[in-house]
Design a protein around this ligand. Structure first.
Ligand SMILES: NC(=O)C1=CN([C@@H]2O[C@H](COP(=O)(O)OP(=O)(O)OC[C@H]3O[C@@H](n4cnc5c(N)ncnc54)[C@H](OP(=O)(O)O)[C@@H]3O)[C@@H](O)[C@H]2O)C=CC1
Ligand SMILES: O=C1O[C@H](COP(=O)(O)O)[C@@H](O)[C@H](O)[C@H]1O
Length: 590
C-alpha cells in the first residue's frame, strides 16, 4: 500500500486541522516545510481553521520568530520583513494583522513571451485548480506589448489545460482563474511604469499584507533593468518580495558573477530564486528519496560498486524558433552546465544533515567544487545537419534563418566528468545532451560493476557487460525507475535472462504528474529554496565549464555533423569506449 498524502488537497477541509492537532508525521517526508517553518515560525491562524502540515500549505500569516540567515531585505523599508522579530513584525503589519489574510501578487514579467504562455500561466492555473494558491492572489502580466486584460485572458486561455485525471469543473475553474489575471503594459527599465503597476497591485491587494513574486520570463540582458525598477517602485511595503530568475544566468563565470552582482544591488540572495526547472521534475525530486530512504541503494552508491553514471538528455526536435537565443549559448550552456550538472550534484552528494534547503545545497556545492577540471579530450561536440527521412526533409541547424551561416555552435555534446573525492574517485560521470536526435528522453543510468567471481559468467557468453546490473531513472517521458537484473529463464535448462524490475509511474499511479513549473512556483510562494540554485552553486558550475567553453571557442573546434533524427555523432561512442563504457540508451534492451 502506498503512503499517500494529497499533494494539494482540493478540499481544504482535508488539509486543515484544528489548532493543536499534530500534522501527519510523514507529510514532512513528502514535502519538507518551508524554511520559515523549520526555523521556528509561528503560523498565525487566519480564521478558525488552521492550514498546517499539509503538502500545499499556504503561508497564511507566517510570522518569522528567528531566522538568523534571513537578513532584512536590501530594499529596506520597502522590502520583506524576513529579518524582523515577531513583535516588530506585528507592529509593522498593524494590530489587526492576525485577522487579515495576506495576499500574493504574482507578476509575470515578459508575459507576452513563449515561456509565459507555454509554462508559467498553465502552471499557475494548475496550482489554482488544485487549491494550492493562497485564497487572496492576483496575477499580473507585464510586458511592452500593448494588450488589454481581456486580450491577455484570451491569450492565456489558449494554453490552459485540465489534468487528464481531473476534468471536473475545469472550465468553471478556468473562468475563475482568468478573472484573477490582469495585464499592465510597460517598459522594462521604467520606474514610472512599475510605479503604475504598483498602484494597480495595491488596488487588488486591498490594504492586506501583500507578498509579491516577480517572475522574470525575459531575456537575461534586461534582468537588471527590471529588478532595479521593480524593487524601487513595485516591491512590497509590508510583506516579502521575491524574484524568480530564468536561465541563462550568464554565459560564463564573469558574466554570471556580473549578473549576480547586479541583482544583489537590489535584492538579497534569499529573495532571488534562480530556477532550474529540471530540479522540479518528479523523478529528479525522487532521486534523493530513492537513495536515502532505501537501504538497498545507499550502501552501493560509491566507486566500490558503481562503474559509471550516465546523464542523458535528448530531444527529437531542433532549435526551431529559438535559434537566435541558442546560437549564443549552445548545448553545453543550455543543458549541461545547469540541468545535467544539477542532477549530477544531487546524485553524488553526501547525505545532507537535514532536508532543509541550505543543508541540501551545502552538499551539492561540495560536489561541484570537487569536480576535476574538464579536459577538451574528454568532450565531443556535434551539430545536426539536414536529413531527409520518409520523404520528409528535416532542416539542419544552420538552415535556420536566425542562425549565422557557418556557425560552430554545438547542438550536441558528450563529456566525461570526474569527481575528485573519496566516494567517486575514478568513476566516470558521462553526460550526453543533444537536439534533433532520434528520440526525446532524459535519463540517469547507473551501471554497476561485475559480480566478482561470477559463478554464472559462462552463461553470459562473451558479453559480460550485459550481465551487470543497471539502474535507470527515466526522468521523461514515461517516467520510470527500473533495475536490470539477471534471472533464470524458467524451465529445466540453465539459461540466464536479463529482466527489469520496473516501477513505471503510469501503471503505479493514476495521478497525473505535475509539471516542474508548478512545483517550483509553489515553492517560491512558500519560500522553499531547496530546488533553486544558490549563488555559490552557480559559481562552481561556471567554474567547471568556463575554461572548456573558452577553449572550444578560441580554438574554433568544429562540431562533428550528425543527421537530424540520428543517434548523434560517433565520437560520443569513442569517448565512452575510452572509459570502457557503452551508452546505456544505445543497447537493444535499453
Ligand atoms: N521558452 C522556453 O522554452 C524557455 C525559456 N527560458 C528562458 O526564459 C526566458 C523567457 O523565455 P521566452 O518566453 O522564450 O522569451 P521571449 O524571447 O519570448 O521573450 C519574452 C518577452 O520578453 C520581451 N523581449 C524579448 N526580447 C526582448 C528584447 N531584446 N528586449 C526587451 N524585451 C524583449 C518580449 O515581450 P515584449 O516585446 O512584449 O516586451 C517577449 O515576449 C528567457 O530568459 C529564456 O532563456 C528558459 C527555459 C525554456
Ligand atoms: O532549459 C531548457 O529546457 C528545454 C527542455 O525542457 P523540457 O522540460 O521540455 O525537457 C530545452 O528544450 C531548452 O533548449 C532549454 O533551454
Amino acid at each position: 500500500m502506498a503512503l499517500s498524502v494529497a499533494k494539494c488537497p482540493s478540499s481544504s477541509a482535508a488539509a486543515r486541522l484544528a489548532p493543536g492537532h499534530s500534522p501527519p508525521r510523514w507529510s514532512t517526508l513528502l514535502r519538507p516545510f518551508p524554511r520559515s517553518v523549520l526555523s521556528g515560525s509561528v503560523t498565525v491562524p487566519s480564521s478558525k481553521n488552521w492550514s498546517f502540515g499539509v503538502a500545499c500549505k499556504q503561508e497564511v500569516g507566517t510570522v518569522p520568530v528567528s531566522s538568523p540567515k534571513e537578513a532584512p531585505s536590501k530594499n529596506g523599508e520597502n522590502g520583506g520583513l524576513l529579518g524582523l522579530s515577531s513583535e516588530e513584525y506585528r507592529d509593522a503589519i498593524g494590530p489587526n494583522a492576525s485577522e487579515g489574510e495576506p495576499t500574493v501578487s504574482i507578476t509575470v514579467v515578459g508575459a507576452s513571451g513563449d515561456l509565459a504562455k507555454k509554462k508559467i500561466f498553465p502552471a499557475l492555473f494548475a496550482l489554482y485548480y488544485e487549491d494550492c494558491l493562497p485564497k487572496h492572489f492576483t496575477i499580473f502580466g507585464y510586458a511592452r506589448s500593448k494588450m488589454t486584460d481581456a486580450e491577455l485572458r484570451t491569450m492565456v486561455s489558449k494554453t490552459l489545460t485540465c489534468r487528464i485525471d481531473k476534468r471536473e469543473n475545469c472550465s468553471e475553474k478556468m473562468e475563475q482563474f482568468l478573472k484573477r489575471c490582469f495585464y499592465h503594459s510597460g517598459q522594462y527599465e521604467s520606474e514610472e511604469n512599475f510605479a503604475d503597476l504598483d498602484k494597480k497591485l495595491k488596488e487588488h491587494e486591498g490594504g492586506r499584507l501583500s507578498n509579491r513574486l516577480f517572475y522574470l520570463s525575459i531575456p537575461p540582458n534586461i534582468f537588471i533593468d527590471v529588478v532595479k525598477s521593480a524593487s524601487k517602485s513595485a516591491s512590497s511595503k509590508n510583506g516579502w518580495t521575491r524574484v524568480i530568475v530564468e536561465k541563462p544566468f550568464g554565459r560564463d563565470s564573469e558574466s554570471s558573477a556580473a549578473l549576480t552582482r547586479g541583482l544583489k544591488q537590489y535584492l538579497d540572495e534569499d529573495q532571488i530564486f534562480r530556477i532550474d526547472h529540471y530540479l522540479g521534475k518528479e523523478l529528479v525530486e525522487n532521486l534523493s528519496i530513492l537513495r536515502f530512504s532505501n537501504l538497498v541503494f545507499e550502501p552501493l552508491w560509491s566507486r566500490q560498486y558503481i562503474r559509471n553514471v550516465q546523464l542523458i538528455f535528448s530531444e527529437d526536435f531542433g532549435t526551431e524558433g529559438r535559434g537566435g537565443y541558442f546560437d549564443n549559448y549552445g548545448i553545453i550552456r543550455d543543458i549541461m552546465q545547469n540541468h545535467l550538472l544539477q542532477i549530477l550534484a544531487l546524485f553524488a552528494m553526501e547525505t545532507p544533515v537535514s532536508l532543509d534547503a541550505e543543508d541540501i545545497r551545502n552538499e551539492k556545492v561540495k560536489v561541484l567544487r570537487s569536480m576535476k577540471p574538464l579536459q577538451l579530450e574528454n568532450v565531443v561536440t556535434g551539430q545536426y545537419k539536414n536529413h531527409t527521412k520518409g520523404g520528409v526533409a528535416y532542416p539542419g541547424y544552420t538552415d535556420d534563418k536566425t542562425v549565422p551561416k557557418g556557425s560552430l555552435t554545438p547542438t550536441f555534446a558528450a563529456a566525461a566528468l570526474f569527481i575528485d573525492n573519496a566516494r567517486w574517485d575514478g568513476v566516470p560521470f558521462l553526460m550526453k545532451a543533444g537536439k534533433a536526435l532520434e528520440s526525446r528522453r532524459t535519463e540517469i543510468r547507473v551501471q554497476f560493476r561485475h559480480v566478482p567471481g561470477n559463478l554464472y559468467k559462462r552463461s553470459f557468453g562473451t558479453d559480460l557487460d550485459r550481465a551487470t546490473n543497471e539502474l535507470v531513472i527515466r526522468v521523461q517521458p514515461d517516467e520510470a525507475i527500473y533495475l536490470k537484473i539477471n534471472n533464470k529463464v524458467p524451465g529445466l535448462g540453465m539459461r540466464l535472462d536479463r529482466s527489469n524490475l520496473n516501477l513505471l509511474y503510469s501503471s503505479r499511479y493514476s495521478k497525473e504528474i505535475p509539471d516542474a513549473y508548478e512545483r517550483l512556483l509553489l515553492d517560491a510562494i512558500e519560500g522553499e529554496r531547496r530546488l533553486f540554485i544558490r549563488s555559490d552553486e552557480l559559481d562552481a558550475a561556471w567554474e567547471l565549464f568556463t575554461p572548456l567553453l573558452k577553449e572550444l571557442e578560441e580554438k574554433k573546434i568544429a562540431p562533428e555533423l550528425y543527421p537530424h533524427g540520428s543517434c548523434g555523432p560517433a565520437g560520443a561512442h569513442y569517448l565512452a569506449a575510452n572509459y570502457n563504457v557503452r551508452w546505456g540508451d544505445t543497447v537493444s534492451d535499453a
